[in-house]
Structure formats: C-alpha cells, structure tokens
Design a protein around this ligand. Structure first.
Ligand code: CP
Length: 359
C-alpha cells in the first residue's frame, strides 16, 4: 500500500504518472466520472483549510465517490483526547482512503503506521504539504510546458512555508533546477532543506533579500504568505509581515512568460492589480489542485494492492534515550510516541517525525 506523507514517498516516475493522469482527466473528464463509485474518502482536518479540503471533496465527488469527515476537531473525539492513531483506525472502518491535515508535525506519519487504508498528508504544521506540491508541479507543467530546466524564486516565508519545503524536495529530482530563495533573515529556508535536499541532490540555490534583484531571471515566482499562526512572538511577525509585496511595477521587471504561483490564501503579498496579468497563475493553480487530487485518489486506490507501488525503504530509525526532539509542535512531544531519529547529511541527527535538528 502507498501513503503520501512526504513528496519523496513518490518516485519521480510516480509523480510524472500522476501529472500525466491529471492531464488525461483534463482532456477526457467524462471517462473518469464513475471511477470512484461506491468508494469513500474521509477528510480529517484538524486545522483550517479552504482549498485543500474542498478540492479533495470536489475531486471525490467528480469521480462519483462520497466524502465524510470533520473540519473542526472540536466536533470530533479528538476533543476528548483520542489520539491520531486511534482516530485513523476508526476511520479505516468507514472509508477507503483518508486525507488528513494536522497542526502537529508528524501526525500523518504516525497515522500511516497503523492505517489499513492509504493516508494522504494534507499539510502537517510547517513541515510538509505534498498534495500542494503535486498541484504546483501540474501548474508549472501547464504554464511553461516543462518542469525541467527552470529557475524558480521562492519569496516570503520560507521558514514556516510547508509548501515551499515540499516543492523544493520534489523539484530536486528534476533536471536543471535553479532555486532563488528570497526572504528576510528571520524567514530563511530551514537548514534541513538546504543541506539534506539542495546540497545532497545538487540543486543550485542562492539566497537574497531583494525581490527586485531576483525577479528578472525567474521562470516561476512562487509567492508565499507570512504564516502568522506559526509565530510564537507577535512582534517578530509584525517586523516581517510586509517584507515583500508583488505589484505591477515589479511584474514589469519580470520575463514576459514568467508564471506567478501562490498556494493561497494571500493576505497582502500580491496586490489585486496583478490578478489580471496573464502571468498570474494562482487561480488556475487552484483548479489544478482539484484535478491533480482526482489523479492522486485514482492512483493510490489502484496501487493499494500493487507490489510495484509500495512505500520507499528507509534505514531503520535510531532509538536513543539520550536524544530529544526539541520541536514543541512535533507529534513525539504531543502524543506518546517513542522518540526516533535518523542520521542526515553532514552527520546531523534529525527527528524521524518532523526533521528538526536534534540538540
Ligand atoms: N493551499 C492551501 O493549502 O490552502 P488551504 O489552507 O485553504 O487548504
């Protein structure tokens, strides 16, 4: 069985297969209308969402399936202290596939360890958002015609922006990717992505705090919202919240075919005057999210009993009582899960669940 917890759970071939299927759905929508008849998707959303939850819902409905779940954990037995693992054991009795969003990092991973149906990570804290990544890849493919050989600028909150972390991981397996990281010091990309992904996979990257300087070389500009809900210190949020604003003046500095992506929601980092620019792809990106989730649901359901499509093999986790994960938002610090670790690049020990550096 295949779960999707991290973008690297899918091989590059599987990603390309899902994108190709999404393109076939676009061309022949009617062929797929009943493909999930009598199947149920559970959407377990412990954190707010508009696009991800409702695009999963719309995707399953378009495939002829049904949807159950909750969008507010206070209305579920999580409010009585039920663990994530117990909840997915229960939902596995009711549904054929589960999409889960959780503010605690590693929650979908521990869910997948006990689930008898495929688990899809619909976003865990600041960590990972692999279905947004599939959305972004399909959007790049449709906007530019190719994913290889692009220069992509990530702008804004690269520290807490889980969509950025996941997309860089996926792009690292494509050819000729150049990454420009545009962020203030406080919001720089976490080291584990720079070291374990960019440096390990040979992705060329550079850092700058000037969007004006970076924009002329970009094929894709990936804007992000500064994630107020992840800050522990409100003063720090106020200092950086308006770091970068994309407006018509800045768009005039960009290539004529540059695509502007944003996972949305936006706050004020893209002015509405940009919306009518043909390069503004972020609302087309939303529709791609539904199409690629249709392709993902079909694929994971087909792969459920296929030995060709299983989870990638990892080295066994390290268990050492002397080590502790210091991330307060990690599942091992919120539910009773044995702390586990892995040895990453440059001999750095990282948490198995959330990738934080272990001190
Ligand atoms: N892009 C995204 O994850 O949006 P939602 O938070 O609305 O699901």
């Amino acid at each position: 069985m295949k779960h999707l917890i991290d973008p690297t759970d899918l091989s590059k071939e599987e990603i390309d297969q899902i994108i190709a299927l999404a393109q076939d759905i676009i061309a022949h929508r009617e062929r797929y209308q009943g493909s999930m008849a009598h199947k149920k998707l559970a959407t377990l959303f412990y954190e707010p969402s508009t696009r991800t939850r409702l695009s999963f819902t719309a995707a399953m409905m378009e495939l002829g399936g049904q949807v159950l779940g909750f969008s507010n954990p206070q209305n579920s037995s999580a409010a009585k202290g039920e663990t994530v693992q117990d909840t997915v054991r229960v939902l596995g009795c009711f549904a054929d596939i589960i999409a889960m969003r959780h503010p605690i990092e590693g929650a979908p991973l521990v869910a997948s360890e006990v689930s008898r149906v495929p688990i899809i990570n619909a976003g865990d804290g600041s960590h990972s958002h692999p279905t947004q990544t599939l959305t972004d890849l399909l959007t790049i493919k449709r906007e530019l015609g190719h994913i290889d050989d692009i220069t992509i600028g990530f702008c804004g909150d690269l520290r807490f922006g889980r969509t950025v972390h996941s997309l860089i991981k996926a792009l690292s397996r494509y050819h000729g990717i150049k990454v420009v990281l545009i962020a203030p010091d406080e919001l720089r990309l976490p080291d584990y992505i720079k070291l374990d992904v960019c440096e390990k996979m040979g992705v060329a990257y550079r850092e700058t705090d000037s969007l004006d300087e970076a924009i002329p070389e970009l094929d894709v500009l990936y804007m992000t919202r500064v994630q107020k809900e992840r800050f522990l210190d409100e003063d720090e949020f106020d200092r950086v919240k308006d770091s970068f604003v994309l407006d018509a003046r800045r768009m005039a500095l960009a290539k004529p075919k540059m695509a502007v992506l944003h996972p949305l929601p936006r706050v004020n980092e893209i002015l509405t005057e940009v919306d009518e620019d043909p390069r503004a792809a972020y609302f087309r990106q939303v529709e791609n999210g539904k199409l690629v989730r249709m392709a993902l649901i079909i694929s994971l359901m087909e792969w459920k009993n296929d030995p060709e499509h299983t989870m990638p093999e990892h080295e066994a986790p390290i268990v050492n009582p002397a080590l502790h994960c210091t991330n307060a938002k990690c599942i091992c610090n919120n539910e009773k899960h044995q702390p586990r670790f892995r040895l990453a690049e440059n001999g750095i020990m990282r948490c198995w669940y959330c990738d934080s550096k272990v001190r």
